[in-house]
Ligand binder design. Sequence first.
Ligand code: UDP
Length: 365
Amino acid sequence: MNILLVAGARPNFIKIAPIIDAIKTKQAQGINIDYKLIHTGQHYDKNLSDTFFTELDIPLPDTNLNVKSGTQAEQTAAIMVGFEKELQQHQCDLVMVVGDVTSTMACAIVAKKAGIKVAHVEAGIRSGDLNMPEEINRIVTDSLTDYFFTTSTHANNNLLKLGVDKRNIFFVGNVMIDTLIKNEHRLKQPNIWNNLNLKPKSYLVMTLHRPSNVDEKNNLKTLISQITTLAKKHTIVFPVHPRTQKVLKDLDLNFNNLHYINPLGYLEFNYIVKHALAVITDSGGITEETTVMNVPCITLRSSTERPETCDIGTNVLVGNKTEKIAKAFGFLFSKAWKQGQIPELWDGKAAERIINHLIAIYQLQ
Ligand code: UDP
């Protein structure tokens, strides 16, 4: 069988790496399975794209649609036009999309309209917040998906509630955690470790990129000011996402304990996360990685599509209000943070399970 695998943005690259490895392992065992990788070009900045291919040893894409930036509609449209041409040129049995970015949704629509089956890796997760562009991407993608590969029982239940046939839901675990488990021994100390004289479990790492937190100047200013003030005794390392940088460049925001740096590669970023006292973030994937590494995580959002990171993991949702953020820091600084547990099947074998299911569905030999 031929799979057209789609990736477009930073978290996608981290998710496809183990899927490609699992396909190659089966190929080496003589099983008739192959793939082509399509990079939509949604993220094209070296720091958000090329670095991950090199570090995680992901083969170069067969095609890059080079869509680059634009409004939500411009990007969606450009990906759809490019991907439709791609589908006309490459026959495939299945289009596999991962995560919840614009590329995920756009390629699922094109594939389904072309009569090709769609597999969605990380299907079924929902924040319930339609102000998040990703929630719209999740809903649209899952409404067109044929094979749903899920990370949690929450996701399974969401899909069952929508009336999805349970025979098409495959609870496989978390491919993002496959990548973490595979690479944990390779994590690399970045230069800033020495430059900032960082010591294990003494500093904080912060990432911000959700439109609701970063697009509006005053919101962003208030958020950063309150965090740096509340954590004034701690160094905060802040790898700045390009979206956030666009807004920050017009704000003259300087605090002694806040250190702006470029986005880091995967191995360096997860090194500083693993040794941090805590992470402050509005990312989804990072709440999963901190849960697995047992690092306290303060999430600057009021909802999450990954409730298991709060129920049993190390994550706490604080929204953007000072009182809640202060309360979370209170727990952290008094060493009263909860101990996390690792969610079911987050064991490094999700991609292998996905490919085994496809082998069974397509009766491959
Ligand atoms: N990440 C990284 N370098 C950074 C920040 C994040 O490698 O400077 C990785 C992080 O380990 C995680 C992924 O990027 O695997 C999360 O991506 P992002 O927060 O952009 O997306 P989300 O998970 O919110 O969709």
